[in-house]
Design a protein around this ligand. Structure first.
Ligand SMILES: [Zn+2]
Length: 277
């Protein structure tokens, strides 16, 4: 499943092919994504210039003068850039939507169809107030985010710290993979009640979140050219994990066995020795 680093790398891959360019046509082959793709999407987009592609959490926000196209990769989605050579490149199964520019076809493929493609007209106000975006916590790279923010956000929260990270209302972008990895990096037990984290551990955790996500985005940056062309990879990648999906293997810090537990129906991986408390 794509997490924040994949979405940020996707944004960086698409921006040079879309920003400042005009959409000439839109092809929707299957409207049945997580929510139906608006039947009139083309009428909003054709002839409009993309001002900028921003990211908010795992959403890409394609900003146009008349509104914002909100896209999400869901469980299995990927965007790819295909050269047009004047036409529409042949589509394969799961190629649900194309944004056609003069030179490029930017194509959304999503086998499991949990992704999203929605239109937010300018008249509806700032896109940040859209129901999908309004409840999101701040970005991990927002200058306001840090140990203090995490400390304040976890007071009174008796849920396990891993669950609070996944909820995304304190800080966005720490999905299942990176929750395990950042808690290992910070030496914090994923089962610990969030409210029991003191200021020092909040500082360590906030730093770990930024470090791990920064490293993952850097790893993904090496895949940028895979977004262009029909035979590219789907753009998913993974840090060399310390704990994620390493159950039973030796901890790289202490040599003990990595444990796997289930929290909120999601797998958590951690080292009982390095993350005792
Ligand atoms: Zn260990």
């Amino acid at each position: 499943m794509p997490e924040l680093p994949e979405v940020e790398v996707t944004r960086r891959a698409l921006a040079p092919h879309a920003e400042g360019r005009v959409i000439e046509d839109v092809v929707i082959r299957d409207r049945r994504l997580r929510w139906p793709v608006p039947a009139d999407l083309a009428t909003h987009l054709v002839g409009q210039r993309v001002d900028r592609i921003d990211r908010r959490g795992k959403y890409l926000l394609w900003r146009f003068p008349e509104g914002v196209l909100i896209s999400h990769l869901g469980m299995s989605g990927a965007w790819r850039v295909l050269p047009r050579h004047g036409g529409v490149p042949a589509a394969r199964a799961h190629d649900h939507a194309d944004l056609l520019f003069a030179d490029d076809c930017i194509r959304l493929t999503d086998p499991r169809r949990f992704g999203a493609l929605l239109w937010h007209p300018r008249g509806d106000g700032p896109v940040e107030s859209h129901p999908l975006l309004a409840g999101l916590g701040i970005e991990p790279f927002d200058p306001r985010f840090g140990g203090d923010w995490l400390y304040r956000g976890t007071r009174g929260r008796s849920a396990a710290i891993k669950q609070v990270l996944l909820a995304g209302d304190v800080v966005v972008g720490v999905g299942n993979i990176y929750a395990s990895e950042t808690l290992f990096r910070a030496g914090i037990n994923p089962k610990l009640a969030a409210r029991r984290l003191g200021p020092a551990r909040c500082d360590r955790l906030a730093a770990a979140i930024r470090e791990v996500l920064t490293e993952a985005i850097a790893v993904g940056g090496s895949t940028l050219r895979d977004f262009v062309g029909a035979d590219g990879a789907e753009g998913y990648f993974m840090l060399d994990a310390f704990v994620y999906e390493r159950a039973g293997q030796a901890c790289r810090a202490c040599g003990g066995a990595i444990a796997r537990i289930v929290q909120g129906q999601r797998a958590t991986y951690y080292c009982r020795h390095c993350q005792r408390r």
